[in-house]
Design a protein around this ligand. Structure first.
Ligand SMILES: Nc1ncnc2c1ncn2[C@@H]1O[C@H](COP(=O)(O)OP(=O)(O)OP(=O)(O)O)[C@@H](O)[C@H]1O
Ligand SMILES: [Mg+2]
Length: 399
């Protein structure tokens, strides 16, 4: 078979090398090129021959092994390192990942687990999947705070993941005091700061193991850093590189953007296929929405890139939708109904609104929006034509 993947095994136990080889016989695209019981000899050979995969056991001389793994990940960046160990405490797994491991297989081996871990690399290395992969970046934005952006981003991302069964990343770009971890009651092991520090050795497997998987869904969360000062160290260029890598691994990326128009936010907006510009029906918010639209135009964004979302919408509001549309010169794309009780219950419990009450108007609204934005019907324009003259001409207020 062509396209075989050169693989090296480094393991102080001969028996476990034999077992690994036996299991790997089932993967005809894996070619064991060398095997070593001596770590240093193995390390030298890896640097010289540059195999695509290294299976490295760290059960013995763990500190030395992790040091070597770290060196391999620095000096042979594209190498996929699979760590095996009879000690699989959380501490060891995290240390292995920090050193550069992409997979961790506990010992004694379970055949299926072993084969699954190695087979994950096939498409990445042989490149079967990499070309046609397409990703849609959807960003919720408003330059006003407290408007419902995080509620929208979080629930939309989860609905997209449930609906499409594809991998969805949810990124908190409120780098100082993001709210996504609170909304979903998660305590991730890694955050955006950690991922950005490791940009040079990042790939799909790394991302899938560092982003926090939400329960049994296909939603992966990248949280804001825990310390305020860490946000300062993150640059717009790094955010740009992060997007490029995330796009390789996910079908959808939902970004909860910060309300500040700084370089990092603009970078996220530049990378977005769709900006959900969130507003509520009150004058200051609409005025700000209008300013954002002006800025987007100056940034050269196509009109279709931005969709206006009315948050906390009430049917009997004094200001009518048509008036808002007149002022903005744009259709309202979607209305998220006002449902304080359900949203607060969800936020207080740290769960999505769908779990509080799947039949509530707000859950339905997020679900339907996800359906609209998912691949098959994404391009359709659902804006309704305004057919009647409004009684209350909001446009006058802006003259
Ligand atoms: N559809 C809704 N109906 C009623 N209340 C809502 C709705 N969406 C959000 N809220 C209320 O607005 C508050 C702010 O929501 P959220 O945190 O999502 O806004 P935000 O724009 O992300 O705010 P921030 O600027 O702080 O990031 C929530 O605590 C909730 O009380
Ligand atoms: Mg928010």
């Amino acid at each position: 078979m062509t396209n075989q993947i050169p693989t090296v095994i480094i393991d102080t136990e001969l028996q476990s090398i034999e077992l690994s080889k036996l299991y790997l016989q089932e993967l005809d695209y894996i070619q064991i090129t060398e095997e070593f019981t001596d770590m240093i000899a193995g390390y030298n050979a890896v640097l010289e021959n540059r195999p695509s995969i290294v299976i490295f056991d760290i059960s013995h001389k763990t500190d030395l092994a992790l040091d070597i793994i770290n060196k391999i990940s620095i000096n042979h960046k594209t190498c996929k390192i699979v760590v095996t160990s009879s000690n699989y405490s959380t501490d060891i797994i995290i240390r292995a990942m920090r050193a550069g491991a992409r997979e961790f297989i506990p010992k004694p081996f379970i055949k299926d687990e072993f084969i699954n871990s190695i087979s994950k690399f096939k498409d990445q290395i042989i490149g079967l999947n990499s070309e046609n992969k397409k990703c849609r970046v959807i960003t919720t934005f408003s330059n006003k705070g407290g408007i419902g952006k995080t509620a929208l981003a979080t629930n939309l991302a989860l609905e997209l993941a449930n609906m499409t069964k594809e991998k969805v990343a949810l990124i908190d770009l409120n780098l100082q005091l993001g709210d996504i971890t609170t909304f979903l009651d998660i305590n991730p092991s890694f955050d955006i700061s950690y991922v950005i520090q490791n940009l040079t050795r990042i790939d799909e497997t790394f991302l899938l193991s560092t982003l926090e998987k939400y329960k049994d869904s296909n939603l992966y969360i990248l949280a804001d850093p825990p310390y305020l000062e860490q946000a300062e160290d993150i640059t717009a260029e790094q955010i740009s590189t992060l997007f490029s890598v995330l796009k390789q691994a996910f079908s959808y990326i939902v970004v909860d953007a910060s309300a500040n128009f700084d370089g990092k936010t603009i970078t996220a907006l530049d990378h977005s296929d769709l900006i959900l510009l969130v507003t509520i029906v009150n004058l200051p918010a609409i005025r700000n929405c209008q300013r954002c639209l002006d800025l987007f135009e100056r940034l050269g964004y196509e009109k279709e890139k931005t969709k206006i979302i009315l948050s906390r919408y009430m049917e009997n509001d004094e200001i009518k939708i048509e008036d808002v549309e007149d002022v903005l010169g744009r259709k309202i794309y979607w209305k998220v109904p006002n449902n304080y009780f359900t949203i607060m219950s969800a936020i207080n419990k740290g769960i999505p609104v769908g779990l509080v009450n799947a039949d509530s108007n707000i859950s339905q609204s997020y679900r339907e929006l996800a359906a609209m934005l998912s691949d098959n019907i994404y391009k359709q324009d659902f804006g309704k034509k305004v057919s009647r003259k409004s009684f209350f001409n909001l446009a006058n207020l802006f003259k």
